[in-house]
Design a protein around this ligand. Sequence first.
Ligand code: IPM
Ligand code: MG
Length: 360
Amino acid sequence: MKSVFVLPGDGIGPETVGQALRVLEHLQKVGGLEIRLSEGLVGGASIDQHGVPLTEETAAQALASDAVLLGAVGGPKWSDVAYHLRPEQGLLDLRKAMGLFANLRPATCFPALVDASSLKPELVEGLDIMVVRELIGGVYFGEPRGIETLADGQKRGVNTQAYSTHEVRRVARVAFELARQRDGRVCSVEKSNVMESGIVWREAVTALHAEEFSDVGLSHMYADNCAMQLVREPKQFDVIVTDNLFGDILSDAAAMLTGSLGMLPSASLGTSGAPGLYEPIHGSAPDIAGQNIANPCATILSVAMALRWQLGRADLAECIETAVNGVLGDGLRTRDILRATSGAQAVSTSEFTDAIIRKL
Ligand code: IPM
Ligand code: MG
């Protein structure tokens, strides 16, 4: 039996994960889904209990499972903890420990939400982009890093952006393979006009393409241009592959094209067969935590990604996606996607999930 390790985390994480678990439990009852669930602590929740954002036991448990479902980490409550012990570090350490080098962030526009986007409907209708973000390299992990005090008393903060051929090739491979199942186009994004790491990135992607993926279309774009193109004409993209920091930024922009960060799931994958990490991309949203108003879709759709990519139940993944689309089609909205859509009905986190479960 497959096992899913659940890390609700902080802020709205426990609420949206709680709803996703209701969906999973329902599928266990009616969908013939056989999984074993266990739960642990990460981020601020782990700091409160253990003094660190990720314990070795938790990391080991994650590695021993088939898939990890994570809510979100962080919040103002932990703004005073030491920098290397902040909640976000728990997530970064978990990604590293699990070897999750490829972060898949789909930005798909649900038909019922075309009007919720800040862009004109015709620009986002039918939008279906997959951002593949490198997740355990680049400036997030590069050495040297730190803050030093200069002779004149000023401070100097240092981070290092570095990529080796191997790190680029393994994430580019994921992007090319995904493109083969989609529209067959990859856009590789870096800034090789100013960064040596960008030159290595572009060369490695180009070489892998020539060796193994010449059936896939490959284009290159500088990251600043990509940011501009995403808001100018987003439908030009199929798969975008980019580094850790550019991927962090561009995936937020791509996500918002679809109407709300609250809609979008993600999957982080390592070598084939290793457990993946599934999480909404929205973060902990401390300002709305504990009010039962958060959008549960991103977490529930992350469960769908886990079912498809890791748990061998693509059929159930499709059921979830159809149910979410159906509930939106019925006019139900959590507050984050209510704005700008007329005639829709505001519902709570749990009411939205009730409706999804009814559809299932
Ligand atoms: C994300 C988040 C994280 C990141 C933070 C919480 C560390 O913004 O998953 O996009 O920067 O990777
Ligand atoms: Mg981010």
